[in-house]
Ligand binder design. Structure first.
Ligand SMILES: Nc1ncnc2c1ncn2[C@@H]1O[C@H](COP(=O)(O)OP(=O)(O)OP(=O)(O)O)[C@@H](O)[C@H]1O
Length: 983
C-alpha cells in the first residue's frame, strides 16, 4: 500500500510489548520525529500537531483511504472519516467524531480534514454541491467571529462546536446543523498581553472600504480600548484584509446579504466604541454617581445601534428597580457609580457580541437546515482539559464537559467491548477501570452538586463567592474527588480523571449570574436596527432538560432543602435569567444525549510543544496531555482482555500467505482456515480464542510474530511477483515481437503483391501487343519484381559505391546480369545496377583488399535517356538511347522486369513516361559511329549448340555483319499473350 506514512514504531498502541505510559510516549515520540503523526489505540486515533505541512492530505490520499478498512492501511484521519461514513451507510446509524485536545493541538484542522474528506467522497449534483459549499463556507465565517489569536494558537477557536451533517439515503450531504458552546465572551472586553480580540474586529477595521470606514465610524485598531488590552494587532499567518473578503463571501453563501452585513458591521463598530465610553464620578464617596464623560461617543454608538443616546446613557448609569406586586408595583431609577457603570457597559458589550455570534450560527443553520430527518455524522470540536495557574469558572465548565465526555468514552468503549465479548461468547475477566461517574456527580448531581449549589447561591441577594466556598467545603467534606486548600481560602480542588485541578472561586457567582440588567435589554429592544432587536428578541427553543430543571428549581426555591443549610427565604422571581452554569449544563446534557445516540469515533489531539515548532518534543507537556486525554487509561481498557480482535475473513485476508495450507488461495471456511494457519505457525492455543465470528488474540507477541512473518513473506512474494512479472512481460514482449514480425511480413507480402500486380499491369501496358513473348518472360515469379537478382542490396561495397555516387539517398533498386553488345558487336558479360536515378554498367574483377570487386563502366542518368527500343520479336535485346552519347545495347532474359522497373523508376524520378519503341531493326549510336540491330524471325537457328535443357535453349543467334548485328529469332508466343504470375 503506497501511503506516504512510514512504518515507525507500532501503528496501534495495543501492539506495544510493554504497556506503560513511558512506552506509549516513546512510541509517539519516535513516530513524531519521523513525521508520522497518526497512531491508534484500537479505534481511537491519536493525532500529533506536526506544525508543518506533511503532504499527507489531498485527493490522492483520499483515494487511498476511500472504502478501506483500518487494518489495511496506516492510521489516518481519513480512515476515521471513512469508517464513520461507511458505518453510517451500512448500519444506518448516526455517527459522531469526538475531537478533543488542548488549545493548538489541531482539533479544528482535524475537523476541516474530516469535512474535506466527506465533501470529496460524496456526490456532485448541483444541490449536493450547494449544501457542501454552505457547510464548508460556514467554517471561515465561524472562525472570523469565534476565533482569536492567543498565546497558544494564532487561530484559536474560542468556542466549542458540534457540527452535524445530515445525509440522504444515497449517502450525500443534504444539510446540517451547528451547535455552539461557551463562547469566550470575556475576550470582547479584555485580552492577555500578546493576544487579540476576535478576528472579525481586525478584519473589519483593515478590510472595510474608505466609504464604509467613514459610514461605520471606524478607527484604527490601536484607538479602541477593547482592542489594545493585549497590545497585539496582527497575527502571524493571518492576513485580516484577505480574511475579510473571505468572511464577506462566506456571509453571502449562507444567506447574509449586504444590508444585513451592514447591520452586523454597525453593531461591531458600536461594540468597539462601547469600550471607549468612559464615566466620570459626580458626588463623593459612596454617593458618587457616574455620568458619561464623552457624549459624542454615546451619540455615535446610539446612531450605529439605532437607539436613543440618552436612553443608552440612562441604561448604563442607572438601574431600574421594581418593588411590590401587581398594581402596587413601583419602579425606581437607582443611580450607579463609575464601577457599576463600567460593569454594565462591559456586560452589554459581551452580551451584544455573544448574541451576535449566536445569530451568525443561526443564519448558518437556516441555510443548511433540512426539514426531513435523516442519519447524521456529528463532529465535535471542543476544548480539551485545561489546567492553568489560575483556574476559574471557565476552566471549571470546560473540565466539566471533558469529564462527561470521558465518561461516555469509558461507557461506550467498555460497553461495546463487553458486549462484543458476550455476543462472541468469549471468556474474559472484567478489569477495573477508572470510573469517573463520582466526579461527574460531584459537579452536576442534583440537588447537591457544585453547579446546583452555585445556582442556589446566585439566588441569594447576599450570596457571594466566599459563602459558596463555605457551602462547598461543608457539603463535600467527605467526597473523595473534592478537597479544599487550608491555607488558601478561595480555592477548592477537584480530582478529575486527568488530575487534580485547583479552582479559584473568585468570580464564580458573577460569571454564573451573567447578569445583564433589564434596562440594557429594554434599550436593545428599542433599537431601530432590526438586527439588534432580533438578537435580543430571539428565544432559544427550550431543551427538554431545561424544563425539568426549571421544575426542580421552582421546588428548591419554594421549599429549600433541609440538608443544604440554604437560607429559608428566597425571593422567587420567575423572570430571573437562567444562569450560565445552568445553561451550560443543559447544553452538555443535550450534547451527551446526541452523542449517546451515535456510534462514536475518537480523535485525541496532542500538541507536542509550546513553541509551535515542528519536530520539537516536550516530554513533560506530552505526558501531561496523555494524562488529560486519558490515553493510558484508554490503552489499559483496550488491552484489558484481548489486544486484537478481527473477523475470521479479515484475519485470513491479512495472513493467508503465511501458511502452505492456505496459500495461494483459501476458499474454504474462514474460521477453519484461521485454525490451519495458526496450527501451522505453531501459535499456542492459550494465546487466542475463537469467538462466533472473530478471532481474539490476547497478547501482542503472537501478533508481532504474525506481522514480522508477513513482512518477510511479502518481501519474498514481491520478489517472486517481480520475477513472474518480468517473465510475463518478457513473454508478452516476445509474443508481441513475433506477432509484429508476422504482421510486418504479411504487410510486406501484401505490399509486394500489390506492387507486383501494379508492375505486371505496367509490363502489360509496355509489351502487350507490341512484342512476341517467350515463356520465361511471361512466367513472373512473385519475387521477380523485387529486382535485386544479384542480391547486392546488402553488399557493403555496392552500398558504399552507390552512396559515393549519389549520396545518402542512393539505393539499389535492381541488379541484373546482361550481355552487352560491344562496339565490335561482341557480347560482353556485364551487370546493370539501377537506382532511383541512374543506370550503372559494371564489370566485376577480383575482390581487392579495400573490399572493391567491380568497376563502374558506365553511368547513365535517367535524365539523359532519350528512349528505349526493342524488337517486335521474342528476343531479349534492347537499346538505351542516350542523349549526346553512344547508346547502350544489351541483352538479358530479365528484360521484361528490367524495362518495367526502369520505366517505373524513370516516371517516379522525372514525372514523365519513358519512351519505349518496338522496331524490326534498331539503328543506334555506337562508340564507333552508327550501327544497327537487324532482326529476322526464323524457324530454326542454324548451327545451334545443344543445350542442357529446353529452358536453356537460346531462342536467338546474333551475328555481326557489316555495319550491323544480325539477329535471328525463333518464333515466340503471339504479342497478345499475357504474363502469368506464379505466386
Ligand atoms: N494536521 C496538521 N498539519 C499541519 N499543521 C497543523 C495540523 N494540525 C494543526 N496544525 C497547525 O496547528 C495550528 C493550530 O491548530 P488548530 O487551530 O486546529 O488547533 P485547535 O486544537 O483547534 O486549537 P484551539 O482549541 O485553540 O482552537 C494550525 O493553525 C496549524 O498551523
Amino acid at each position: 500500500m503506497a501511503t506516504k506514512q512510514k512504518n515507525v514504531g507500532v501503528d496501534d498502541l495495543v501492539m506495544l510489548t510493554e504497556v506503560s505510559e513511558k512506552s506509549l510516549l516513546d512510541n509517539l515520540n519516535q513516530r513524531y520525529k519521523d513525521g508520522v503523526i497518526y497512531t491508534s489505540i484500537g479505534p481511537v486515533l491519536i493525532s500529533l500537531n506536526p506544525y508543518k505541512q506533511l503532504g499527507i492530505y489531498g485527493k490522492d490520499q483520499i483515494n487511498l483511504y476511500k472504502g478501506k478498512h483500518e487494518f489495511e492501511i496506516p492510521p489516518h484521519i481519513y480512515s476515521i472519516a471513512d469508517k464513520a461514513y461507511r458505518s453510517l451507510l451500512s448500519e444506518r446509524e448516526n455517527q459522531c467524531i469526538i475531537i478533543s485536545g488542548e488549545s493548538g493541538a489541531g482539533k479544528t484542522e482535524a475537523s476541516k480534514y474530516i469535512m474535506q474528506y466527506i465533501a470529496s467522497i460524496t456526490g456532485s449534483s448541483t444541490e449536493v454541491e450547494r449544501v457542501k459549499k454552505q457547510i464548508l463556507e460556514s467554517n471561515p465565517l465561524l472562525e472570523a467571529f469565534g476565533n482569536a489569536k492567543t498565546l497558544r494558537n494564532n487561530n484559536s477557536s474560542r468556542f466549542g462546536k458540534y457540527m452535524e451533517i445530515q445525509f440522504n439515503l444515497g449517502g450525500d450531504p443534504e444539510g446540517g446543523k451547528i451547535t455552539n458552546y461557551l463562547l469566550e465572551k470575556s475576550r470582547v472586553i479584555n485580552q492577555t498581553v500578546g493576544e487579540r480580540n476576535f478576528h472579525i474586529f481586525y478584519q473589519l477595521l483593515r478590510g472595510a472600504s474608505a466609504e464604509e470606514k467613514s459610514k461605520l465610524h471606524l478607527l484604527s485598531p490601536e484607538s479602541y480600548v477593547y482592542l489594545n488590552k493585549g497590545k497585539c494587532y496582527t497575527a502571524d499567518g493571518i492576513d485580516d484584509n484577505v480574511a475579510f473578503k473571505q468572511t464577506r463571501h462566506a456571509m453571502k453563501i449562507v444567506g447574509i446579504d449586504e444590508p444585513l452585513q451592514e447591520q452586523i458591521f454597525r453593531l461591531l463598530s458600536a461594540i468597539l466604541l462601547l469600550g471607549n465610553l468612559n464615566f466620570t464620578a459626580t458626588g463623593t464617596g459612596n454617593n458618587s454617581n457616574a455620568t458619561i464623560s464623552d457624549k459624542n461617543i454615546a451619540n455615535t454608538i446610539g446612531e450605529l445601534m439605532g437607539v436613543d443616546p440618552i436612553l443608552l446613557e440612562q441604561s448604563l448609569i442607572s438601574r431600574m428597580i421594581s418593588t411590590g406586586q401587581g398594581a402596587r408595583v413601583s419602579n425606581y431609577q437607582v443611580p450607579q457609580n463609575v464601577e457599576q457603570a463600567l460593569y454594565a457597559r462591559d456586560a452589554f458589550a459581551k452580551a451584544l457580541y455573544s448574541k451576535l455570534f449566536d445569530f451568525i450560527v443561526r443564519k448558518i443553520n437556516e441555510s443548511i437546515e433540512v426539514k426531513t430527518s435523516g442519519k447524521v455524522i456529528g463532529v465535535l470540536d471542543i476544548y480539551g482539559f485545561e489546567i492553568f495557574e489560575n483556574n476559574s469558572f471557565e476552566q471549571f465548565c470546560i473540565n466539566y464537559v471533558n469529564e462527561t465526555l470521558q465518561q461516555i468514552f469509558i461507557d461506550l468503549t467498555l460497553k461495546t467491548e463487553q458486549e462484543e465479548y458476550v455476543s462472541e461468547g468469549i471468556k474474559w475477566i472484567p478489569v477495573d477501570y477508572i470510573n469517573n461517574k463520582p466526579c461527574v456527580d460531584l459537579i452536576e448531581k442534583k440537588p447537591i452538586g457544585i453547579l446546583s449549589l452555585l445556582d442556589e447561591e446566585c439566588l441569594f441577594p447576599e450570596g457571594n463567592d466566599a459563602s459558596l466556598m463555605e457551602k462547598l467545603n461543608k457539603h463535600f467534606a467527605n467526597n473523595s474527588h473534592y478537597s479544599n486548600v487550608q491555607q488558601v481560602r478561595n480555592q477548592f480542588i477537584i480530582d478529575h480523571y486527568a488530575g487534580k485541578v485547583f479552582y479559584n472561586i473568585n468570580g464564580f457567582l458573577d460569571k454564573n449570574r451573567d447578569t445583564l440588567f433589564n434596562d440594557l435589554v429594554t434599550l436593545a429592544l428599542s433599537s431601530k436596527v432590526a438586527l439588534v432587536n432580533e438578537i435580543f428578541t430571539y428565544v432559544a427553543p427550550p431543551l427538554e432538560d431545561v424544563e425539568q430543571e426549571k421544575k426542580n428549581r421552582d421546588k428548591m426555591v419554594r421549599g429549600g432543602y433541609a440538608n443544604t443549610g440554604a437560607k429559608s427565604v428566597i425571593p422567587t422571581d420567575k423572570k430571573r435569567p437562567i444562569t450560565a452554569g445552568f445553561q451550560f449544563k443543559n447544553q452538555v446534557g443535550a450534547l451527551l444525549k446526541s452523542l449517546y445516540s451515535c456510534s462514536p469515533h475518537y480523535i485525541r489531539c496532542i500538541k507536542p510543544n509550546e513553541n509551535k515548532r515542528s519536530l520539537d518534543w516536550d516530554q513533560e507537556k506530552c505526558s501531561e496531555q496523555v494524562r488529560y486525554l486519558g490515553l493510558y487509561e484508554n490503552l489499559l481498557v483496550r488491552r484489558a482482555g484481548y489486544c486484537y480482535r478481527q473477523t475470521f475473513a479479515k484475519f485470513m485476508r491479512r495472513y493467508y500467505m503465511l501458511a502452505k495450507s492456505t496459500w495461494p488461495k483459501w476458499t474454504g471456511d474462514a474460521q477453519q482456515g484461521a485454525q490451519l494457519l495458526l496450527d501451522e505457525l505453531g501459535i499456542p492455543k492459550q494465546e487466542y480464542q475463537f469467538g462466533k465470528t472473530k478471532i481474539f488474540i490476547r497478547n501482542p507477541q503472537p501478533l508481532h510474530s504474525l506481522e514480522d512473518k508477513r513482512v518477510v513473506r511479502i518481501e519474498q512474494l514481491v520478489t517472486m511477483l517481480q520475477s513472474v512479472w518480468k517473465m510475463y512481460k518478457q513473454r508478452q514482449w516476445y509474443k508481441r515481437t513475433i506477432a509484429a514480425r508476422k504482421i510486418q511480413r504479411s504487410y510486406r507480402g501484401w505490399l509486394l503483391r500489390r506492387e507486383h500486380v501494379k508492375l505486371k499491369n505496367q509490363s502489360l501496358s509496355i509489351f502487350l501487343n507490341n512484342k512476341e513473348r517467350n515463356r520465361q518472360s511471361i512466367q513472373l515469379g512473385s519475387i521477380a519484381f523485387i529486382g535485386d537478382f544479384l542480391s547486392l542490396a546488402k553488399d557493403s561495397f555496392t552500398q558504399a559505391t552507390i552512396k559515393k555516387e549519389e549520396g545518402d539517398q542512393g539505393t539499389l533498386e535492381l541488379s541484373v546480369h546482361v550481355n552487352k553488345v560491344s562496339r565490335h558487336h561482341k557480347i560482353q558479360k556485364r551487370a546493370l545496377l539501377i537506382t532511383k536515378s541512374h543506370i550503372y554498367a559494371i564489370s566485376s574483377h577480383k575482390p581487392k583488399k579495400d573490399g572493391s570487386w567491380f568497376n563502374i563502366k558506365r553511368k547513365i542518368p535517367f535524365s539523359s535517356i532519350e528512349n528505349i527500343t526493342l524488337s517486335k520479336l521474342s528476343d531479349n535485346f534492347f537499346v538505351i538511347h542516350v542523349a549526346n552519347e553512344h547508346d547502350y545495347v544489351c541483352e538479358t532474359n530479365k528484360k521484361t522486369v528490367l524495362i518495367t522497373l526502369l520505366s517505373k523508376l524513370y516516371h517516379e524520378n522525372l514525372q514523365k513516361n519513358i519512351q519505349i519503341e518496338f522496331k524490326d531493326s534498331i539503328p543506334y549510336r555506337s562508340q564507333k559511329g552508327t550501327s544497327e540491330l537487324k532482326f529476322s524471325k526464323v524457324d530454326q537457328i542454324p548451327h545451334q549448340k545443344p543445350a542442357a535443357s529446353a529452358a536453356d535453349v537460346e531462342n536467338y543467334s546474333a551475328k555481326p555483319e557489316k555495319g550491323c548485328l544480325k539477329i535471328l529469332v525463333l518464333p515466340g508466343l503471339p504479342p497478345e499473350t499475357k504474363s502469368i504470375i506464379i505466386s
